[in-house]
Design a protein around this ligand. Structure first.
Ligand SMILES: [Zn+2]
Length: 385
């Protein structure tokens, strides 16, 4: 009986404190020693290993898994909720994970390796997940789609669209009708592809009406967006992302958008009202160069806004202010969303130049504008100044 009791005690100690049990049998205490699991780096200081891991092997040291597969930085899911496994096998103290989306303000939680993170965002909404440890961070953008339709981008379609891009500014109403017939007469279109082509037509009708100052343009752009948002070809992605930009819904624009210019512009306006470092957000959205040959026509006011943003990012502030003047001249009367973008640009440029009296003037207008994130940034500026 005594023998059985003795065994039980050893097991109890062993499970409570493995390290302590070992020590009992060691002649001298072991020197702590930290070895990088990814290379030959070796240190006696634990913090140094952590720094090394995050500097040299960040992608391998902190990542997300879904169904035992590594999740890419930009991922689209169709099922929900999604259970993502937070992985940080070499970091026994775990990491912080921040989750942000439009419908849910930033929340941060601590996770240990292998713990599950569940997210259930509404359709189309992009959820940003930031895996953080100290100053190191890795950003994921997860989005959901109910259903994704496919449409081929045939050479014929590309040619039709390219014709519209170069000549629709001089088109009369009958030319728009011809454009629709041309788009629809391509042989072998599936039902989805017919819807896709019609939605592209709606987009160009919308632009054309806007250019001709007809107020019903907005309805056509919306109609086009409602259809194209569910397609995943580059043309549909470009048109629907441009629509989201037009209505200042920057958080809904996918950071995996394969169009660097629009992505940069969206990231620029998307930094409004965030307390985070704008540079971090910009770099997170511009990870690598991608090239997708795809072209659409856009409102010329927006072309000037795009140029202004590029000039701001290149630190050519005076040129940017000139582009704002151009944008203002081309502004469609009644387009409050575009007006707010121009005010925001001017405010940011003037603020950057230290011209705070003028910046205040535009902050004042922004504080009453239609875009919440612009209002927030303007209000906090006005409080400080
Ligand atoms: Zn290493």
């Amino acid at each position: 009986m005594g023998y059985a009791k003795y065994t039980e005690d050893i097991e109890k100690i062993h499970s409570q404190n493995i390290f302590g049990t070992w020590l009992d049998f060691q002649v001298s205490p072991p020197v702590p020693h930290y070895h990088c699991p990814f290379c030959s780096f070796d240190t006696k200081v634990k913090d140094q290993l952590e720094n090394h891991l995050l500097k040299e092997h960040r992608d391998a040291a902190i990542f997300l898994e879904h169904d035992d597969r590594i999740v890419p930085d930009r991922a689209v899911f169709r099922v929900r909720p999604v259970h993502l496994k937070v992985r940080c096998p070499a970091l026994p103290n775990g990491i912080e994970v921040a989750v942000t989306s439009k419908s849910r303000p930033r929340g941060e939680k601590h996770f240990n390796d292998g713990q599950l993170l569940t997210i259930t965002p509404p359709d189309e909404e992009i959820v940003l997940l930031m895996l953080c440890i100290g100053v190191f961070r890795r950003e994921y953008a997860i989005s959901f789609k109910k259903q994704v339709f496919q449409a081929r981008l045939t050479p014929y379609l590309i040619e039709c669209v390219s014709k519209a891009n170069t000549s629709s500014t001089t088109w009369k109403w009958p030319d728009m009708g011809r454009f629709e017939l041309d788009l629809m007469k391509e042989t072998g279109l599936s039902t989805d592809e017919e819807r896709h082509r019609l939605a592209i037509y709606e987009y160009y009708v919308g632009l054309w009406l806007e250019q001709n100052q007809k107020s019903e343009y907005a309805r056509h752009l919306e109609k086009s967006f409602e259809v194209l948002r569910d397609f995943d070809d580059p043309l549909a992605l470009l048109i629907s992302s441009y629509f989201l930009y037009r209505v200042n819904s920057f958080i809904s624009i996918s950071p995996r958008l394969p169009f660097p210019r629009l992505r940069r512009v969206a990231a620029f306006f998307g930094t409004a009202g965030h307390d985070g470092d704008p540079n971090v957000m910009m770099s997170g959205c511009d990870a690598e160069q991608e090239f997708v040959l795809c072209e659409i026509a856009i409102a010329d006011c927006d072309a000037a806004i795009f140029d202004a943003v590029s000039a701001v990012l290149d630190r050519k502030e005076l040129e940017a202010l000139r582009m704002c003047d151009t944008a203002e001249q081309r502004l469609t009367p009644g387009d409050d969303q575009a007006q707010a973008r121009i005010w925001f640009l001017r405010y940011r440029i003037l603020f950057g130049l230290g011209r705070s009296v003028e910046a205040r003037f535009f902050a004042d207008r922004l504080s009453r504008c239609v875009v919440e994130s612009f209002r927030n940034e303007a209000e906090s500026f006005l409080k400080r100044n």
